[in-house]
Design a protein around this ligand. Sequence first.
Ligand SMILES: [Ca+2]
Ligand SMILES: [Ca+2]
Ligand SMILES: [Ca+2]
Ligand SMILES: [Ca+2]
Length: 264
Amino acid sequence: MKTKHFFKITLILLAILTGFSSCKKEDSQTEETGIQESETARIITEYIQQNYVVSRGFNMRSSNSIDDLLSFDFCFNFVYPITLSYNNGSIVVVNNSNELLNVATGMTPALYITGIEFPFNIQLPDGTTQTIHNESEFRTAINSCDADHDGSPNYQDTDDDNDGIPDTEEDINHNGSNTDDDTDGDGTPNYQDDDDDNDGVPTADEDNDHNGNVADDDSDHDGTPDYLDTDSDNDGINDGSDNDADGDGVNDDDENDDNNDDDD
Ligand SMILES: [Ca+2]
Ligand SMILES: [Ca+2]
Ligand SMILES: [Ca+2]
Ligand SMILES: [Ca+2]
């Protein structure tokens, strides 16, 4: 019995030792074995490249702006370092978002990113960290980033917040970036905010002349379109609590013209 017992313990010890050494071996080989083809890595780097066109004349080369781009259009930021691979098999270790920007903008039709080393961590907008183990999880992460929940992920959606104003026209300060336009200062940039002026009236419902274009309505002619104007009729009462939006003395509920405009 004693011999059998000793034999059993030896076997267990051997198993533990073998397991330990194989773990160590795996760790040291991660850089070689963990890099896999990743269409998602290619999508993200190309997206960064397309959104940082230097010829626009605006210097977007700051870590803040690329973090914002990833955060708003893909709903995460990488926890660095990450390791990317090119179509020619070469590998680059990326230590921060500025380096990622350099990699992305340095890509050419002949040399581009096609892979990433799994696993890696991403930080979600709520601050929590998620481990991405494979391409499937990576793709799910970017495809589930969908501000207006219309099934089209932000990076593919031409109107992220479905408010009728195309993303390209929500760049209010015309600097080539959407992420720094936040009229109501609530932390959500206009292109993902369905109530841009936070007046309680959704942007899509501020098309007061009902011509299908929200951008051309400026009831009080102050130069600020209604959807960016918290007081569209300039009567001093916020649109959200204004019962007489056009200031004609007739309560909105009693108006025959449901657009409650100055033309009543
Ligand atoms: Ca969408
Ligand atoms: Ca929009
Ligand atoms: Ca906002
Ligand atoms: Ca509004």
